[in-house]
Design a protein around this ligand. Sequence first.
Ligand code: ADP
Ligand code: ASP
Ligand code: MG
Length: 407
Amino acid sequence: MALIVKKFGGSSVRDVERIYNVARIITESYREGNDVVVVLSAQGDTTDELIEKALEVNPNPSRREMDMLLSTGEQISIALCAMAIEKLGFPVISLTGWQVNLRTDSNYGNARIKKLEGDRIRAELHKRNIVIVAGFQGINKYGDITTLGRGGSDTTAVALAAELGADLCQIYTDVDGVYTADPRIVPNAIKLDEITFDEMLELASLGAQVLQNRSVELAKRFGVHLEVLSSLESKPGTIVKEVTTRMEKTLISGVAKDDNVASVSLIGLQDVPGVAYKIFSVLAKNRVNVDIILQSIGRENTKDITFTVAKENLDLVTKILKDNQGVLAFKDMTTNDKLSKVSIVGAGMINNPGIAAQMFEALYSVGVNIQMISTSEIKVSVLIDKSESDIALKAVHDKFFATRSDH
Ligand code: ADP
Ligand code: ASP
Ligand code: MG
């Protein structure tokens, strides 16, 4: 008998038929004698629809009220799924984030888990109940509802698996595993049997939304056995683990793209020490994450700095910078929210110079212009025009995977 955490994403519970499909996967595992804890997302596109609804009422709602609204989606899923399991004749209980005491900080909309007590869940499992927990939501020190950021149900599942010491954490979704690229954009992407935590973390952070990056970080830290698999087909998925047998053979483990990118350029800054410090400390104070930064070579005592942020932060960033224009002393500011970041990821890159050049060649071959470049030991990212992102992703993927057969 094992303790298994199973998480099902929005498309897996989108309607009555899919809810029963999920209920059968759960009850089958329970019937085999396992303790089963389930984490669910909101049905289908519910979260997006709730966001739209909120913006119809108030284009600028407070983040607290937004979380109050968004958390309702998951609550609907868990109740409906529990009802389906009741109908199938199994003992079940659904619980919200606050009922399982999932404590977070107060960063509404992107809260971090601080503490999670599994006592209630353990008690329910002891009674031989199937336990269904609402993903994505928690509670802060004021007793207010918070959410964990888009895709946050993955993180709820991994956090529960870590706290409960689960034997396995299975993330069921609408694809049958992790691929070398998003299989919906790159049809000839290759399914990976295994991927390391580090590579998965990079891919997830660079836009592969199949797992929320924070869930991968947690799984690595707590040694959670993680599998990504299909809720619609019964077959092995992708195992995410510390070391894979594949690692040494492969230069690149995957390519990813992120369309949620905007750039900000500050023109005519003074070419003196402390300018970058002032800009990025004022943004950090406002909790804005900055990604790629590019500084032009100084001329006539002025320089330009361009950097990227998540698109949803663009309005906030321009406001902060305008409010501080006097101190930061830039002449002009321009923005662009029609950008994408395309990245290649792979531990094998470290000892193989020339990988970046191959990526750039692939982009050149389809006429895609690179606006910014950023590299680390295990990734190369380029910023390009959003309208060219699918073609760029395919070209880069084909460069590294078209002729490969060792996956
Ligand atoms: P869920 O609702 O189950 O959480 P998501 O939409 O969050 O599902 O994540 C699954 C989607 O991730 C897939 O439908 C796929 O289009 C996308 N995806 C992006 N990159 C990858 C990748 N490298 N491998 C597999 N799927 C990927
Ligand atoms: N429902 C939330 C979202 O759409 C959380 C999740 O699906 O993981 O982002
Ligand atoms: Mg998801």
